[in-house]
Design a protein around this ligand. Sequence first.
Ligand code: AMP
Length: 217
Amino acid sequence: MIYIFLGVPGAGKGTIASKLVNEKNFKHISTGDVFRENIRNKTKIGLEVEKLIAEGNLVPDELTNKIATQKILEFNNNDKLILDGYPRTIDQAKYLDKFLSDNQSFISGVIYMDADQDVVIKRISSRFLSENGTTHNSLIEKIIEEKGKFYLSDGTKLSRRADDEPINVKQRFVEYVNKTSPLLKYYEEKGIVSKVDSNKDIDTIFNSIVDSIESFN
Ligand code: AMP
């Protein structure tokens, strides 16, 4: 079963996906996480995408499709798999449709996480990353600031994502509006979208999404 999480940066896609992995035995692919891992490990792909990502631009479709579909092949058709941040363009969506049908699979449902701009900006500006790539947020957990540096209570060092700086966030919204938002209509025409109010607190969003996923099955 494949579920797509669609929504603006900061809508909570990654947070809810992690909660579904931890509490409901879902699997999760985040193309953003895959790219960041490549950047941390300074791979060829990492070096290729680092500047694009830092400045809030999308990675070209060809590379993204290759990375995403390679990952999908690591899972079984019976896994409850969330695609978080993929697809992000109409061409990626078409590529994914063809790839899944070639592999006797299909999209079980699309969750559209609808959130207001002021809410997502607040979430993004309180978001931090640990050195091993996990996301943390001072809105929902304790983050300590000391001399301009940030830590979790257990001393884990945190940093800010380069693309979470205000000027780069602005560009991410531009990319979202121009390239990603048309996906909503694309999937609505297939009749597979469930909309969730993502302005709420995490537990409320989580429960709505669990209900939506049950309604797809
Ligand atoms: P995310 O962690 O989902 O916010 O993604 C971080 C960044 O990775 C995005 O702003 C893009 O630069 C890049 N990225 C992630 N997924 C995709 C995708 N499906 N297509 C193009 N670029 C992507």
